[in-house]
Design a protein around this ligand. Structure first.
Ligand SMILES: Nc1ncnc2c1ncn2[C@@H]1O[C@H](COP(=O)(O)OP(=O)(O)OP(=O)(O)O)[C@@H](O)[C@H]1O
Ligand SMILES: [Mg+2]
Length: 291
């Protein structure tokens, strides 16, 4: 199952799309909210049910202790998004000032994502936030570059508007070179189109010279629920956003599977301690969700 990282130039719908893809998934799925500018799901969709004692920031401290502590911390900082704990969230930073502390944690976290995907058969979605560049390269602290390097797919989320395409255009070249040099290959990059604005998928692909791998409809009601939480709209489960998210997840999986077969890029071997994360996750699941 693929590791898919979502990024944007600016507020195109990364968090909402990552959440929709996770909630629409029929398989065990982990959503890691790794936006260095801070997470919004905790205060939004989850309406502050999750205390600041949970989440990504605590993994930085654990990583300094060692891989075993990190694997343990990762398993215990996941928050269930459904009753049976099949869909789980690693809540993001509560304060952007925490981001520099994560600098040395990203590579180990990237390995954990690979273990979840390659060995536990999970879908993994990563909210990697807005891309920040420095001298034409990914910024070392304001972008979780190692997570993008290890991803099967990196989705640049865009809308079909002139504003969105104008900002996204500047990210394409740096992303392609980054993925060619350090990632799973330049064709890991694709677009996730949010269908608002005048431009259709083929025009967006043509304009940015990157394929549109999936599209989600503009669905203000369901997106509003995923952004703010509260009472789900009555038709939420059958909403355009959720239905298309199901289709999109299947399309992304097919593209990732094709890439893996064509390229046969080698899975990175995980350390024994990080591989132990599987055992811990299974133990928690059998024990019934959080704890
Ligand atoms: N498919 C959609 N249909 C309608 N509205 C959407 C959709 N996706 C996102 N939105 C709305 O767009 C706004 C921005 O979405 P979101 O927070 O997901 O973007 P983001 O890329 O994560 O932004 P940021 O860069 O600020 O983290 C929110 O108000 C959200 O409800
Ligand atoms: Mg966001």
């Amino acid at each position: 199952m693929p590791v898919t990282a979502l990024v944007s130039a600016k507020s195109a719908g990364v968090t909402t799309s990552a959440l929709a893809l996770t909630l629409a998934s029929g398989r065990p799925t982990t959503l890691a909210e790794c936006d260095p500018a801070g997470g919004t799901i905790r205060a939004g969709f989850l309406q502050n049910q999750v205390s600041a004692g949970y989440g990504l920031y605590h993994l930085a401290k654990a990583e300094r202790v060692g891989p075993d502590a990190l694997a343990n911390a990762f398993a215990s900082h996941l928050w269930p998004l459904d009753g049976d704990g099949h869909r789980q969230l690693l809540p993001g930073l509560t304060d952007p000032a925490q981001a520099p502390a994560l600098g040395r944690t990203w590579p180990s976290l990237a390995q954990i994502m690979r273990v979840l995907s390659d060995q536990a058969g999970q879908d993994v979605f990563i909210d990697a936030g807005r891309l920040a560049l420095e001298n034409g390269r990914l910024h070392p602290t304001l972008t979780p570059a190692p997570l993008l390097h290890q991803a099967d797919l990196v989705l640049l989320v865009v809308r079909g508007t002139e504003q969105s395409l104008t900002l996204a255009r500047y990210l394409v070249e740096p992303l392609i070179s980054e993925l060619a040099e350090h990632g799973t290959g330049p064709d890991a990059l694709g677009l996730l189109l949010i269908e608002s604005g005048p431009f259709r998928a083929h025009q967006v692909a043509e304009s940015l010279k990157v394929p549109v791998l999936a599209a989600l409809p503009f669905d203000a009601e369901s997106a509003g629920y995923l952004t703010q939480g509260g009472q789900p709209p009555r038709t939420y489960k059958r909403s355009p956003l959720l239905q298309h998210a199901r289709t999109a997840a299947a399309q992304l999986e097919a593209v990732a599977a094709r890439r893996q077969i064509q390229q046969q890029y080698p899975p990175q071997p995980a350390t024994a301690q990080l591989a132990g994360v599987l055992e811990r996750l299974n133990r928690r699941r059998q024990g019934g969700g959080r704890g």
